[in-house]
Design a protein around this ligand. Structure first.
Ligand SMILES: [Fe+2]
Length: 179
């Protein structure tokens, strides 16, 4: 196979491919979690949250494709199995319960914030450690999108019994259901 000659060493390319695959896995988990809440949410804010989460999962779907295709552009292969995503994702699933609408929003704020922290670290690693400013720029753009999505979600629960750190305690399960 023809060698890829874009000014990055094999190690540098593999380094960013690994970062991108982890971000891909987290984006996939977040997509599934966002869809599940889009389906399950009830209450007075149903319409708003149902629609907001549709917008968010459409954004996540586009980002997932962009992450996978950037991995290919760098000569790597994206993880493409659910089992593989679960192995390397940093997000955790909340199987077996349906939180209140506020609990759903709170869970997703926490997930977006986790993704933002990961991306901020990956931007630094891509640029400083792996000399790949293209990936650093790409991940910066994704981070900014998650910052906006987190803000939109946070705005739903601001003023609703938030702690001094701006977070709401995790809500307990209301209705146990199948996965
Ligand atoms: Fe839908």
């Amino acid at each position: 196979m023809r060698a890829i000659n874009i000014g990055l060493t094999e190690e540098q390319r593999q380094g960013v491919i690994n970062l991108l695959n982890q971000d891909l896995a987290d984006a996939y988990l977040l997509l599934v979690k966002t869809k599940k809440y889009h389906w399950d949410v009830v209450g007075p804010q149903f319409r708003s949250l149902h629609q907001l989460w549709e917008e968010h999962y459409q954004t996540l779907t586009l980002n997932i494709d962009a992450l996978a295709e950037r991995i290919r552009a760098l000569g790597g292969y994206p993880v493409g199995t659910l089992e593989g995503f679960l192995k390397i994702a940093t997000l955790k699933e909340h199987a077996g319960n349906v939180p209140t609408a506020t609990g759903m929003v709170s869970n997703l704020v926490n997930d977006h914030e986790q993704v933002i922290r990961n991306l901020r670290d990956h931007v630094d690693q891509s640029g400083d450690q792996f000399h790949d400013q293209g990936t650093a720029d790409f991940l910066t753009g994704l981070m900014e999108q998650h910052e906006e999505m987190a803000w939109m979600l946070r705005s739903f629960i601001e003023g609703e019994a938030l702690g001094p750190d701006g977070r709401q305690p995790a809500e307990g399960a209301k209705t146990p259901v199948g996965v």
